[in-house]
Design a protein. Sequence first.
Length: 266
Amino acid sequence: MNDRSHGADPVSLDVAGGVGTITLDSPANRNALSAAVRAGLRVALDTAAANPAVRVIVLTHGGPVFCSGMDLKEEAVAGPGRQGVRELPAILRRISRCPKPVVARVGGPARAGGIGLLAAADIVVAASSATFAFTEVRIGLVPAVITVPVLHRVAPWAARELLLTGDVFPAERALQIGLVNAVDDDVDGCVSRYVRSLLAGGTKALAASKALLQDGLDDSDERYGRLLELSAAQFASAEAAEGGRSFTEKRPPSWVSHQGQQQVTD
């Protein structure tokens, strides 16, 4: 059986051999979490979770970038209370609470909210060439919502460093700090090995085991609500407005010296 969402949809779902492959397929905007991508992700995750033919979900991407985070061009024109980040908790919970194991295949750069997606997965496989960065602070934003899954995975000492500096770090560093489970030049082969292992487990046993592993994760409405308010307040600030302008104009923001600085949002 092979079901696929055809057409120009920015997110597709393929089902074959017990695996539901969800592909972020909006390379023109570096698979940013636009309104269309967010809607497509919700539908694909719900469909895969409800389909008895799907026993394992693989979250992957078309184009060279896994996900560049929120679509800043859309966010710049969103009215108060309408920022797309408000939809992110529901997506992250669809991944983390899915009764089926979710494997994230990261073949290229992941930034900001894109790291939230992979952090919510059960297993993350990264290509050796993949890079990561929590770029929010570099454009005057707060990496608030994604800290729920990220802090559940990443060593606290590393989280302090990387969320505060916004520095780009390689796949091997992501492996060292717990953000990813494996780094491999043959990322597809590594994903396939994990999928085979997961398919060997009983469906109900896997669901129960995953639920058990969620016990230490506080992804409650209350916690996400507090983080959304923090994020939204910063989005509405003058600092964030300047950060957004600097991003679109491809220049350092006003709070950064122009000497020796390099944008890290790419």
